[in-house]
Design a protein around this ligand. Structure first.
Ligand code: CDV
Length: 307
């Protein structure tokens, strides 16, 4: 019998600084109800879903910083989302800022019908630790987050092997290959991608291109489905891309969000679609040549010297 999984991606519109967690959880609950009514079994929410994207600011007061973090999950405000998922019989990916003792991580979890079954902590932390002169906007994730310490685990959910990554991770081929080598069926990823990033920014169309380019190439090269959820629109004056999508192992976008607001997209994914590639062009066991890939783990930055 064909293995299928009904996936939904719940894109979110902006979350402003004055929006409370309870307001956000009410929006997430509405999206979850919509996804479940369409028959979806798993839902991907964005990165740092519970608050505005605070790493755009250089906050110094620890109390102000910690107000953006979750000390427990579920907490008082997030418990209703877990309860609803249990009632509706759905699973979800949720990104949030995690405070573990005094360690701060950019984290995502997999929650199946109210129970946490997996956790990931963002590994590729982009941006800077200090504000940069001349940048149109600041992106200070290095100020707030440690590099994740859990690797790229793949979790055995009842219907599929599910892996996670977070925003900037989706641009790095290593992210997916480590999960591809664990026969991942679905990679879930949430993102907050401002349109003007870096010293001069780029032409505005490029962040959209690079988003889909990375997701589509990675799905194809690792023969998996990718479910990608944006937090989109203008948040605290900063425009962020949408383009949330579900990508097939063929590299094709199966379905894509059209708005920059709260929006559910869904697709019944044929998990066996990967088999053709896995037994042929991307049969890793037959065709990979790791003895020639040492540089990938031995060298971090590019150098103009041969290995
Ligand atoms: N939240 C992110 O990781 N955003 C980065 C931006 C800074 C480029 C991204 O890769 O989309």
């Amino acid at each position: 019998m064909k293995r299928t999984l009904h996936l939904a991606v719940a894109q979110m519109g902006p979350i402003q600084k004055n929006h409370t967690r309870s307001e956000v959880v009410a929006r997430l609950s509405e999206l979850m109800r919509d996804a479940a009514a369409r028959g979806a079994r798993w839902i991907t929410f964005p990165e740092l879903t519970l608050t505005t994207f605070f790493p755009r600011w250089a906050l110094e007061d620890p109390a102000e910083v910690h107000a953006y973090f979750e000390r427990e999950m579920p907490g008082k405000e997030t418990q209703p989302l877990f309860d609803l998922a249990r009632k509706l019989g759905v699973g979800f990916y949720l990104g949030y800022a995690e405070l573990d003792g005094d360690r701060q991580f950019n984290t995502s979890i997999l929650v199946d019908r109210g129970e946490i079954i997996g956790k990931y902590r963002k590994i590729h932390i982009p941006g800077d630790a200090e504000p940069q002169e001349g940048y149109p906007i600041q992106h200070l994730e290095k100020k707030y987050f440690l590099v994740g310490d859990l690797g790229f685990p793949v979790y055995e959910a009842p219907e599929a092997r599910i892996g996670m990554c977070i925003c900037n991770d989706r641009r790095w081929p290593e992210t997916y290959r480590v999960m591809g080598l664990q026969s991942v069926d679905v990679v879930m990823v949430g993102y907050n991608t401002p349109i003007a990033y870096g010293r001069r920014g780029e032409p505005a169309h490029l962040p959209f291109l690079h988003n889909h380019l990375s997701l589509q190439a990675s799905a194809y090269q690792n023969t998996c489905w990718v479910a990608a959820a944006a937090k989109a629109g203008v948040e605290e004056g900063i425009p962020m891309i949408g383009g949330s999508c579900i990508v097939a192992p063929t590299g094709e976008i199966a379905v894509q969000a059209l708005s920059e607001d709260d929006e559910v997209i869904n697709y019944v994914c044929d998990l066996d679609m990967a088999n053709g590639y896995r037994s042929n062009i991307f049969n890793f066991a037959r065709h990979r040549r790791p003895e020639h890939y040492q540089a990938i783990v031995e060298r971090v930055g590019a150098e103009p010297t041969s290995l």
